[in-house]
Design a protein around this ligand. Sequence first.
Ligand SMILES: Cc1cc2nc3c(=O)[nH]c(=O)nc-3n(C[C@H](O)[C@H](O)[C@H](O)COP(=O)(O)O)c2cc1C
Length: 202
Amino acid sequence: MLVDVKNTPVVEVYQMLVGLVTPRPIAWVTTRSNSGVINLAPFSFFNVFGANPPVVVFSPTLKRDGSKKDTLINIEANGEFVINASTEKHAKLINLSSTMLPIEESELALTGQTTIASTSIHTPRLADVPFALECRVLQIVPVGQGPISANLVIGEVLTLHIDNDILDQDGCPDPRKLKAVARLGNEYWCRTQDLFQLERPS
Ligand SMILES: Cc1cc2nc3c(=O)[nH]c(=O)nc-3n(C[C@H](O)[C@H](O)[C@H](O)COP(=O)(O)O)c2cc1C
């Protein structure tokens, strides 16, 4: 099969890409609106891109009607966000938090999540997750325009909160304890249970 992007509907290209580039980690993102409403939504166009300074990127695309998602509106307004851990325990609630509520309504109530104050930014983090990354926006890069076009939110991680419960005896995050979930194509998600180890070549 060959997909000629120029002559293929955007939604089909999108469905192919998200089915191929897998598994994708999920950022469960809290943001704060100008009026103080806390927004919660998942984003699997997400990863970490460096450590000096620590940099994460995620992409709230434009909606099918070409408008901005609440997360992007909030980040443009105040330049900060929190990436909260996405784990097995919360998979159904992470999914539920992708419900498109009006901007003045919070997904916190919908999902029964509570927050605690962050250390270095004004946007709170989720209380019941094993890690949270407090981030300040470095740059927002729109790529393209119209439905499903990307908005690369490049953020610097200012503070990492990590539960001691997910660390191994050397103080490193242990994937067997973290139990992260990730996105695959269609409606598929995956757990991180079928692990193997490889030593890095010198
Ligand atoms: C697991 C998962 C991953 C998602 N990843 C993305 C993504 O990377 N980019 C995006 O724009 N929407 C993504 N969505 C859809 C958004 O979460 C959804 O549009 C949400 O309503 C946006 O919320 P907001 O308008 O409050 O920002 C994802 C949904 C789920 C369930």
